[in-house]
Design a protein around this ligand. Structure first.
Ligand code: GLA
Length: 394
C-alpha cells in the first residue's frame, strides 16, 4: 500500500510526497460491544493498512489558503477539506450516506483545535482495509489522519488523547457513537501481540500471539454493515438503561447474580442485552488468559460462546455470519478449527476464525466453496498476523 500511495501521489501531483503515514484495520478476537460498557476487549491490528502520502500544497494545486485536497483509492474521487479549526460537521438526514471526507474533516478539525494544525496539503489515500467490512476502516482513516497532523505539526500527541480525539471525530462528524476499541488498537497495536484493553482505565496490556502453529483467518461475509443506522445506538441505549436499573456506573460493574436479582425490573430486551455484556466481559478476560497459555482449544470454545451470545442475546449477527460459524463448528478441532465468531459492530462484516496453521489452505477452500454454494457470494478470505499500529513511514 505504501508503494501504491507514493506512486499514485507522483502520478497525480507530479512531485514526491513529503510525508507518508499509515494506520491499520483491526480484527477483534473477542469482547464485542463491551467497550462502551467500560469493559474488556481483545483485538489485534491486522496487516492491512490505510496509507496517506502527502505534501505541502503549492500554488499550482489551486487550493484556498486553509484547504487540503485528497484522492482516495476507495472510490477514485478527490475530496477537498479544511485544515482550519472550527469547521462544523456536515448535517446528514437519517439513512443518508455520509461523505467519505467526514472522517478526515472531523479529525483535521479536532487536531487543529488541539494544537496539531495541518498546513494546506495535497494527499493520496491508499487502503486495503475493506470498507464497511467490520475491520475498522474508519478508525484506520481517523488514526492515519491524526498521525499526519502530528508529522505536519512536528509534535507528538499523547497516545491516549490521540485515540480519544479520533473517537470524538467519529462521534461528532460521522455520527457514530462508537466505543474506544478501534481507535486504540489502530493507534497502538504491536506486531505479534493482541491487546487486552480495559476500556475503563484505558490501559492496554499487550499479549503475545506468536505460536506459529495457530493462525487467524478473517472471512468477509460481504454482507455490508451500516453502523450509523439505529441498531448500534439502540444497543448502547439498552445497556445504559440496564446499568441504571441495576444501580451501577456501567455494565462492567454488574454480575449475573445482580442481573438475575433485578430481572423483574428489566424489560426482556434489556435483560438479554445486559446478559451478553456481562458474560462477554468474563469471556474476554478468560480468552486473554487462554491466549497467554497457548490454550487454543479453550480460546476457540470462548469464541463460539461469544458468537452464540451475539446471535441469541445481543442479536447482532445475520444468517450469512451464522452460516460461516456453523461451517467452522462442523469442521471442528480435528478439521483444524479451534473456534470462530463474528467480529466488529455486527449485522454483517467479517468472522474471525482461530485455526491450525497447517490447515489454512484447505480451510480457505472449504469456507470459500461452502459459503459460495449456499449464498452465491465470493467471500474474500485472508490470514493475518498481528500487525503494527499507526506509523510514520517516511
Ligand atoms: C464498532 C465500534 C467499537 C465497538 C464494536 C463492537 O466497531 O466502533 O467501538 O463497540 O463496534 O464491539
Amino acid at each position: 500500500m505504501k508503494a501504491q500511495a507514493i506512486s499514485q501521489f507522483v502520478k497525480l501531483y507530479g512531485r514526491e510526497p513529503k510525508w507518508v503515514v499509515s494506520a491499520p484495520g483491526r480484527v477483534n478476537l473477542i469482547g464485542e460491544h463491551t467497550d462502551y460498557n467500560d469493559g474488556f476487549v481483545f483485538p489485534m491490528a491486522i496487516e492491512r493498512r490505510t496509507v496517506i502520502a502527502a505534501a505541502p500544497a503549492e500554488p499550482s494545486d489551486g487550493l484556498g489558503e486553509s484547504e487540503a485536497k485528497i484522492w482516495s483509492n476507495a472510490n477514485d474521487q478527490i475530496g477537498v477539506v479544511s485544515v482550519a479549526p472550527g469547521v462544523a460537521p456536515v448535517e446528514v438526514a437519517p439513512n443518508e450516506e455520509l461523505p467519505w471526507t467526514a472522517y478526515i474533516q472531523g479529525t483535521l478539525t479536532l487536531c487543529a483545535e488541539a494544537g496539531f494544525p495541518a498546513q494546506p496539503f495535497v494527499a493520496v489515500i491508499a487502503s486495503d482495509v475493506p470498507l464497511g467490512g467490520g475491520l475498522s476502516s474508519s478508525a484506520a482513516l481517523e488514526v492515519s489522519v491524526a498521525t499526519l497532523c502530528e508529522v505536519i505539526s512536528g509534535k507528538t500527541m499523547d497516545p491516549v488523547k490521540k485515540c480519544l480525539l479520533c473517537q470524538k471525530a467519529e462521534h461528532e462528524y460521522a455520527f457514530m457513537p462508537c466505543g474506544i476499541m478501534d481507535q486504540f488498537i489502530s493507534n497502538l497495536g504491536q506486531p505479534d501481540h493482541a491487546m487486552l484493553l480495559d476500556c475503563r482505565s484505558c490501559v492496554p496490556e499487550m499479549v503475545p500471539l506468536t505460536d506459529p502453529a495457530v493462525s487467524i483467518l478473517v472471512i468477509d461475509s460481504k454482507v455490508k454493515h451500516k453502523l450509523t443506522g439505529s441498531e448500534y445506538p439502540d444497543r448502547r441505549r439498552a445497556c445504559k438503561e440496564a446499568a441504571e436499573i441495576l444501580g451501577v456506573k456501567a455494565l462492567r460493574d454488574a454480575t449475573m447474580d445482580m442481573l438475575n436479582a433485578a430481572k423483574d425490573k428489566l424489560t426482556p430486551t434489556q435483560y438479554i442485552r445486559a446478559k451478553h455484556v456481562i458474560t462477554e466481559d468474563a469471556r474476554t478476560v478468560e480468552a486473554a488468559a487462554a491466549c497467554k497459555a497457548n490454550d487454543w482449544v479453550k480460546m476457540g470454545k470462548l469464541m463460539y460462546e461469544s458468537h452464540l451470545s451475539m446471535r441469541c442475546e445481543f442479536q447482532i449477527t445475520c444468517t450469512e455470519l451464522d452460516y460461516l460459524i456453523d461451517l467452522a463448528y462442523t469442521k471442528g478441532v480435528d478439521g483444524g478449527v479451534y473456534g470462530a465468531r463474528m467480529t466488529g459492530g455486527g449485522f454483517g462484516g467479517c468472522v474471525v476464525v482461530l485455526v491450525k496453521t497447517d490447515a489454512v489452505e484447505d480451510l480457505k477452500a472449504y469456507f470459500f466453496n461452502e459459503y459460495k454454494a449456499k449464498t452465491k457470494i465470493d467471500a474474500p478470505i485472508f490470514v493475518s498476523r498481528p500487525g503494527k499500529g499507526s506509523a510514520i513511514e517516511s
